[in-house]
Every structure is written in structure tokens, then in C-alpha cells.
Write a protein of this length. Structure first.
Length: 318
């Protein structure tokens, strides 16, 4: 205690030996002034208290059983891309505003048709042979329109993706295709597929379809593997596989579609739709938004392309 008081600049000297320390009332009615006691300077007091706090912190840190909180993991750029966590690009790395409009698509998840239903159609492969169990008429048309489908059977899901429209006419889907062109309606009836390894299907160049990231484009307007930055998309919240995300604004041109022409893009979403993004991807040509190609050598673009590089291979020739 003596040392601590000395650090703090406080007096705690013991009374000299043989001196009576009792308080005695003065004999005179006028008290004599007490001798002035030197006071420690304000700077000295602050220094003393600072030293005391440092000693306390050291003692706390070295106390047994106290573990410092773990540091947050440092994510690589590729991991940040996979989690929609990329920083906004620098303005110098952005191309001209393309002014796009968007529709959206998804991979339907369906079960095979019941064996008692006669109006059911299997998906066929390139050789014309069936490669899936029979599907309900509407489910078959939905698969042909969306370009991919996941078929659940026996606790397992198998994905199929559109290959071309060179097969025989199989099912008339016109009643569900609305005002789409006659060319698209004919192509839908003649769709051929292949079975693939990725659960949600594949785009072009074996790129897996990634909800809220992959877009189908017209390659004559937006080359495949282009990374786009959409300022209005950045900061939008969405749900995917039970988790909440905030979009970083980047999209990846990893697919194409027969009905996608010019400045129209098709955004791949999950089956439940885009939720708060559907006002942006409004399927309305008059609802446009700014979209800028990101320079190929931009670190964010490089990381995003790397995060989309998982191979999406055919499971069987079909």
C-alpha cells in the first residue's frame, strides 16, 4: 500500500515514535492555522492512475481461465465472391453503362409423374432415348422453358439441362408459353437434355448455375464470362438456402437463352423467386437499370470468375 500511495502521489507517512496522535481541543477560541500540506500535481496524479490501470489490465490478461476472443477469419477474395461480399469496384475499372432490362428463371424441382398418368413425357437425350422418368405434361414444359430441371426420386435429386431443340416434337406447351414467339414454342416442343452433376444444372462452358449470381445473356451483346456491376442491386437483401445475404452488386454471364436478345438478360434465381429483387428484375422492357462491365483484370472480377469455375460435367452421354 505504501508503494501504491507513493505511485499515486499521496502521503501516508507514519507518525514519529513517541508522538501523541490524539486530537486535543485548542485552548484558545481562535484556532491556529494548520501547516500547509504539499499537494501532488495534477499531471502526477494522472500518471499514477494510468500506471494503476495498466497494472490492472496486465493482471486481468494473465489471469488463468480467461481466453481472449478469437479473431474473425480473413476471407480470400474468392471466398468473399462466393458469399456476395465483394467490395464495390473502382470507377476507373467500369465500362460503359449498358442500360439493361431483366427477366428471371430458375431450376424447377419436381417429382416424376405417377405411373397411373398416361399423359407423361420423359426427357430425351441427344440420341433420342429417354434419360429421365416420365414427367407430368406441365412439368415437362416447365423444364423445357426454364432450360433445367431437378427430378427428385427415391431420396435423390438428379439435374438435367437443355442441350438443343433438334429432337422430335414431344409435347405441346403453347398453353403455358403465352405471347412467346412461334419459334420459341416450336423449339420447346423439340427440346433435348443431358444429365449433369451439379444439383441446379449448368450454363455454358460447364459453369454451374448459381442463384442470384448467374445470368443468361446474348453473347453478341455481352460476352460469356463477363462480370457486370449493377449499382442498384448492391445492398439488396435476399434469402438463399435458409440464410440471409446482402448482394454485392456483381452478376456473372454464365448462361445463354434462345429468347435472350440484345440488352435483355435473364437472372437465375431460386425456385421461390427473387423476393425483394423482383422489382428490379421485373420482366418488363421499360424497367431498365444501369449495368457496367467490369475490367477483366479487376481483382474482384478475377475472384468472381474463379468462384464460378467448378466443373459441371455430364453424368452420362445423352
Amino acid at each position: 500500500m505504501k508503494e501504491l500511495n507513493a505511485i499515486l502521489g499521496l502521503r501516508a507517512d507514519p507518525a514519529p515514535s513517541g508522538v501523541d496522535t490524539r486530537v486535543v481541543a485548542p485552548k484558545s477560541s481562535t484556532p491556529e492555522p494548520l501547516p500547509e500540506t504539499p499537494q501532488p500535481s495534477r499531471r502526477l496524479r494522472r500518471t499514477g492512475y494510468g500506471i494503476l490501470l495498466m497494472l490492472t489490465a496486465c493482471a486481468t490478461a494473465s489471469a488463468p481461465g480467461r481466453t481472449p476472443p478469437p479473431l474473425a477469419p480473413v476471407l480470400s477474395l474468392e471466398e468473399r465472391a462466393a458469399g456476395f461480399l465483394l467490395d464495390a469496384p473502382v470507377e476507373e475499372g467500369l465500362g460503359t453503362d449498358l442500360r439493361l432490362w431483366a427477366t428471371h428463371y430458375h431450376t424447377p424441382s419436381i417429382a416424376p409423374a405417377d405411373e397411373t398418368i398416361s399423359a407423361a413425357f420423359p426427357l430425351i437425350g441427344r440420341n433420342g432415348d429417354p434419360i429421365s422418368p416420365p414427367l407430368l405434361h406441365r412439368d415437362w414444359c416447365e423444364a423445357a422453358l426454364q432450360g433445367s430441371v431437378s427430378v427428385r426420386q427415391g431420396g435423390k435429386a438428379t439435374a438435367y439441362v437443355f442441350v438443343d431443340a433438334k429432337g422430335p416434337e414431344q409435347a405441346d406447351c403453347d398453353q403455358w408459353l403465352g405471347s412467346l414467339s412461334d419459334g420459341i414454342k416450336t423449339a420447346t416442343r423439340r427440346a433435348r437434355f443431358m444429365k449433369v452433376s451439379h444439383p441446379l444444372g449448368c450454363g455454358v462452358r460447364n459453369h454451374p448455375l448459381v442463384p442470384f449470381r448467374t445470368i443468361a445473356v446474348d453473347p453478341d451483346t455481352i460476352p460469356i464470362e463477363t462480370v457486370l456491376f449493377v449499382p442498384e442491386l448492391r445492398g439488396r437483401s435476399f434469402e438463399y438456402e435458409g440464410q440471409s445475404f446482402v448482394h454485392d452488386g456483381y452478376l456473372f454471364a454464365g448462361d445463354r437463352g434462345g429468347a435472350i436478345k440484345g440488352r435483355h438478360i435473364d437472372v437465375f434465381l431460386n425456385e421461390s423467386g427473387g423476393g425483394p429483387l423482383e422489382d428490379l428484375f421485373a420482366s418488363n422492357e421499360s424497367r431498365t437499370f444501369a449495368a457496367h462491365p467490369v475490367a477483366d483484370d479487376d481483382p474482384n472480377a478475377v475472384a468472381l470468375r474463379a468462384s464460378q469455375s467448378a466443373s459441371c460435367e455430364p453424368v452420362t452421354p445423352g
